[in-house]
Write a protein that binds this ligand. Structure first.
Ligand code: IMP
Length: 196
C-alpha cells in the first residue's frame, strides 16, 4: 500500500502552525468564558460539542488547550453533500445529554457554504442553551451562501481550494495527515471517471 502524502499537491498549514494556533485559540476561549461568555444559570462546566467526524483531531487538541472545567459530546449529521438536499441536515448521532441552559461551544472542521452550520445552529437554538458559540478550524469565506456567526476561527483560507488532513477528508481518506494540504487534482478526476 502506498503512502498518502504523495497525493498532496502542497502543504497549506504545517503541524507546528496548527499546534501554535490551537494553543492561542484555547487560551482565548478560556479567557472569554472566564470573563463573561458563560451564562449557565447553575454554573455548570462548558460543554464542547464536536461535529463528527472531521472535528475529532482539532477537538482533541483544542480541549487540552482550554484551561477550564469542561465536558465534551458529539453529534453526527449528514450534510446535503452526502445526498440530501441543501434544505435539510439529518441527525445520524444525537448528543447524549440535554443542552438546555448550558454553555455550548460547537467545534467544526470547516465552514464552507455555511449551510451545514446554519442547520446545526437552528437545531441547537431550538434546545435553548444558555449560550451558543462556534469554533471552526477552517473558514473558507469565498464560497459562503449563508451568513453564519463564527466566534473562533483557526485559519481563514482565502482561495477556493479543497483541503484535506487533520480531520478533513476526501471520500473518508486523508483525515490522518498531520498537516492541512491541497489534494492533487488527478485524485478528483480519477474519482469522477470511476463514477461514470
Ligand atoms: P458547508 O455546508 O458548505 O459549509 O460544508 C460543510 C462540510 O463540507 C464540512 O463539514 C466538510 O465536511 C465539507 N467540506 C467543505 N469544504 C471542504 C474541504 O475543503 N475539504 C474537506 N471537506 C470540506
Amino acid at each position: 500500500m502506498k503512502g498518502i502524502r504523495e497525493e498532496i499537491e502542497r502543504v497549506l498549514i504545517a503541524p507546528q502552525e496548527i499546534a501554535e494556533r490551537v494553543r492561542l485559540l484555547g487560551a482565548e476561549i478560556a479567557r472569554d468564558y472566564r470573563s463573561g461568555a458563560a451564562k449557565d444559570p447553575y454554573g455548570r462546566p462548558l460543554l464542547v460539542v464536536g461535529i463528527l467526524k472531521g472535528a475529532i483531531p482539532f477537538l482533541a487538541d483544542l480541549i487540552r488547550a482550554i484551561d477550564l472545567p469542561l465536558e465534551y459530546d458529539f453529534m453526527s449529521v449528514s450534510s446535503y453533500r452526502n445526498g440530501t438536499s441543501p434544505g435539510e441536515v439529518r441527525i445520524l448521532k444525537d448528543l447524549d445529554r440535554s443542552i438546555a441552559k448550558r454553555d455550548v461551544l460547537i467545534v467544526e472542521d470547516i465552514v464552507d457554504t455555511g449551510n451545514t452550520l446554519d442547520h446545526i445552529l437552528r437545531l441547537f437554538r431550538a434546545r435553548s442553551p444558555a449560550s451558543l458559540r462556534v469554533c471552526t478550524l477552517i473558514d473558507k469565506p469565498v464560497r459562503r451562501e449563508v451568513d453564519v456567526e463564527v466566534h473562533y476561527v483557526g485559519f481563514t483560507i482565502p482561495e477556493d481550494v479543497f483541503v484535506v488532513g487533520y480531520g478533513l477528508d476526501y471520500a473518508e481518506l486523508y483525515r490522518n495527515l498531520p498537516f492541512i494540504g491541497v489534494l492533487r487534482r488527478e485524485i478528483y478526476e480519477e474519482a469522477r471517471v470511476e463514477d461514470r
